[in-house]
Design a binder for this molecule. Structure first.
Ligand SMILES: O=C(O)CCC(=O)C(=O)O
Length: 275
């Protein structure tokens, strides 16, 4: 099958843009194999234009009205974030939390057929949505948005096996200048010894091994409705948003039914939902 045109770039370093990570318009079994190899796969147009419009409208309404529960940029204090909620820009929302419980449009997407089919290929016949991890609309606002360093999501998650999949859906265009995600392909299968990580378990960018790896970064350019499936061990990062428009992405995480959250941990604090 001919490769689709490459659609990746990085403004900072030459990017190895792996065409094999970009799929055609529908998820197929080979995409699951690519996911297994690279720790991520991009699926263009997973959501229809109508679906994106509905999701985006609810997200924008909830953001404008600051509908709780919310996470603020100031809460995390990543580089570029306001230092406190009462500082200038302190009311900048980072995430609309608990998307699944917010509105039926989010629920329908998170458990609908466009999502379930790929997840069954990747995770097996019994897939569960975690209400604890991601389960949010991720925003990058034009002022006061922050940078997220290289990390693996599993670092703070507690499951029987580190085998979760996150589904990132672009509700608008995503590219480096508005804080689009970058990934390190194949990092899901790598081990990171202690001195390669800082105290918060972000990759130390000054470490030569890390630097060589970071040079392999892939930054998919996403159109509305494009999706990225990525492994919970895949290293990823994002810059701040230097454009005038807020970036909105819908993110859910999934696990197999036989890979349960560990009892008593935060990961087990809300019931997962069958997909
Ligand atoms: O958009 C960002 O700043 C980072 C998002 C991220 O890394 C995540 O949700 O796991």
């Amino acid at each position: 099958m001919p490769a689709t045109p490459q659609k990746c770039r990085s403004p900072r370093v030459p990017t190895r843009c792996a065409a094999q990570l970009m799929s055609e318009s529908r998820f197929r079994p080979e995409h699951a194999r690519r996911f297994a190899e690279a720790g991520l796969v991009v699926v263009p147009k997973l959501a229809s234009a109508q679906r994106v419009r509905e999701l985006r409208e609810v997200a924008q309404t909830h953001l404008a009205a600051a509908v709780a529960p919310l996470e603020y940029e100031a809460d995390l204090r990543y580089p570029g974030a306001p230092p406190a909620r009462n500082a200038p820009g302190g009311a900048t929302v980072r995430r609309l939390l608990q998307a699944y419980a917010r509105d039926s449009v989010f629920r329908d997407w998170a458990t609908g057929p466009e999502v379930a089919e790929p997840l069954h290929h990747i995770l097996g016949p019994r897939v569960m949505l975690s209400q604890v991890h991601h389960n949010c609309v991720m925003t990058k606002q034009s002022r006061y948005s922050s940078e997220t360093g290289w990390h693996q999501d599993i670092r703070y998650w507690s499951f029987e096996r580190p085998e979760l999949v996150s589904l990132w859906l672009a509700l608008g265009r995503e590219f480096p200048e508005n804080g689009g995600l970058s990934f390190l392909p194949r990092s899901h299968a790598m081990e990171f010894a202690g001195d390669r990580l800082d105290d918060a378990l972000f990759l130390r960018t000054g470490n030569p091994l890390n630097q060589a790896l970071i040079n392999t970064r892939l930054t998919p350019l996403l159109e509305p409705g494009d999706a990225v499936f990525f492994h919970c061990r895949t290293q990823h990062s994002a810059g701040s948003n230097s454009t005038a428009e807020t970036k909105l992405s819908l993110v859910f995480s999934y696990h197999a039914a036989d890979n349960q959250p560990l009892p008593g941990t935060r990961s087990a604090s809300l019931p997962s939902v069958a997909v």
